[in-house]
Structures are given as structure tokens and as C-alpha cells.
Design a protein around this ligand. Structure first.
Ligand SMILES: [Zn+2]
Length: 243
């Protein structure tokens, strides 16, 4: 850090000093004050330890990006009253953007960059005793089931694994955890393997036959997680931590 940068850092941290490259009495006083607050030797000199502490303080002082508070990302009006008992998570096997077909099949879509898109059917239509056009996302298991899908994995191959042209992103997964947490809270759905699961787990866990569905049994951004159960367990652990 040259003197200018030290002064600019001090200004960013709220000190009133001139950024002129000359460490005069005001800058020295500011450095001393900063050192005192950070358990450093108070000598008014921007040595390596002080500079490291300035860098650290700047990172902390940076305004947080405008991500809504954890577990608060699904708009309330997307979650009308209904009797829903489980959440089934999918990928669309399409591109990173939600298509018309995607919107017709799922209640909530999460695009490659993490943006949420509402499906055509209200969640309430899939509720027990619900009316209206249902979203059909899981063979013989749509009643009482909310369908959330990540827009990704077009052209992906299960064996040997290849994520295709639109691999699932870490942001999508992080958003999925939050969306599911919101839904669990709203519809009072407990986080268990039978109530929060991926499409790939439906046949094994609920005993409802599906046609070779493997969404979600791989995470393109983390090849160490393999298999439907491993992915499902990770999802449930994340959701549990939020609620
Ligand atoms: Zn699916």
C-alpha cells in the first residue's frame, strides 16, 4: 500500500483525512486510532501488520450485495394457501433460462444466474383438494407436491457423467436451499427424506415408479457429491440449517 492507498482505506473506514499521499499529523492520528482499535502497536506508521488489518477491515466494511435475508426469497404471493405435503426438486434438462415448457411443468424455476421464475400453475392447484391447472412434474406424484426446478443440464449424460452445455451452478443450488426453506416454512412441511426430496429419490424413497429420472443425483459444480441420496441429504441439511 502506498500512502495514497492507506489514506483512501482510512477514508473508506470513516476517517476524515486527505488523500494526498502525504502522511501528515491528521493521517498519523487516524492510523494511530485504527491501530488502537485493532490491537496493533500504536506508532502511526502503516507497517505490514497495520496494512493487513486495513485490508481486512475494508473487506468487512464493504456493503453486502443485495441478497435477501436467508430463507426469504420467494415472494409471498407465489405461495397461496393450500395443503402441500412435499417438495420435489428437479432440473429441467434444458438451458440456463426458463422456457415456456419449463414454466408449464414446475411451480418455481431457478435460472443459471440464480434468478427465480414463477411457473404458470399456482402451488395451491397441486394441493390436496386444490383446483385449477396443476403443474405436472413427477409421474403419479403431483398431488400435494410442489415442483421446484433448476434450469440446467441440457444434454447432460449420466454415465459417464457429463454436465452438458448448461451445467448446474453453485448459485442455483444455494438458491434452491433457500427456496425450499421458504416453502417448508410457509406450508409447514417437515424436512425429511419423504417430504423434501429430489425427483431422483422419488422411486426409491416413495416407491412410485419413475422413468429413469436422475435429477438430482450429481452436482456439476462439486463432482465429489455423487448419487441421489448424497445430493438429497446435502439439500436437506442446508434447508434444516436455515429453518
Ligand atoms: Zn424431474
Amino acid at each position: 500500500m502506498i500512502p495514497n492507498e492507506v489514506q483512501a482505506a482510512l477514508v473508506a473506514l470513516g476517517y476524515s483525512v486527505a488523500v494526498d499521499g502525504e502522511i501528515g499529523p491528521k493521517s498519523k492520528a487516524a492510523i494511530k486510532d485504527f491501530q488502537g482499535r485493532h490491537s496493533l502497536k500504536v506508532d502511526g506508521k502503516a507497517g505490514p501488520l497495520t496494512i493487513a488489518a486495513l485490508h481486512e477491515a475494508l473487506v468487512v466494511a464493504k456493503p453486502m450485495p443485495t441478497i435477501p435475508a436467508a430463507g426469504d426469497i420467494v415472494p409471498a404471493h407465489w405461495m397461496p394457501p393450500g395443503r402441500l405435503e412435499r417438495i420435489i426438486c428437479h432440473w429441467t434438462a434444458g438451458a440456463h433460462r426458463a422456457s415456456d415448457t419449463d414454466r408449464s411443468h414446475y411451480h418455481i424455476l431457478i435460472e443459471g444466474g440464480g434468478g427465480l421464475v414463477r411457473g404458470d400453475s399456482p402451488i395451491s392447484a397441486n394441493g390436496i383438494g386444490g383446483t385449477g391447472q396443476r403443474a405436472s412434474h413427477t409421474l403419479n406424484c403431483n398431488t400435494g407436491s410442489i415442483g421446484v426446478s433448476l434450469c440446467c443440464m441440457a444434454g447432460a449424460k449420466e454415465q459417464p457423467f457429463g454436465p452438458g452445455k448448461a451445467p448446474m451452478t453453485a448459485v442455483q443450488w444455494e438458491r434452491l436451499v433457500r427456496v425450499v426453506a421458504d416453502l417448508c416454512r410457509r406450508y409447514e412441511i417437515p424436512v425429511t427424506p419423504k417430504t423434501v426430496l429430489s425427483h431422483a429419490e422419488v422411486q426409491g424413497t416413495l416407491g412410485i415408479k419413475q422413468r429413469g429420472k436422475w435429477d438430482v443425483s450429481r452436482l456439476a459444480f462439486d463432482p465429489s457429491v455423487k448419487g441421489a441420496k448424497a445430493c438429497g441429504d446435502l439439500l436437506r441439511a442446508g434447508v434444516t440449517a436455515l429453518i
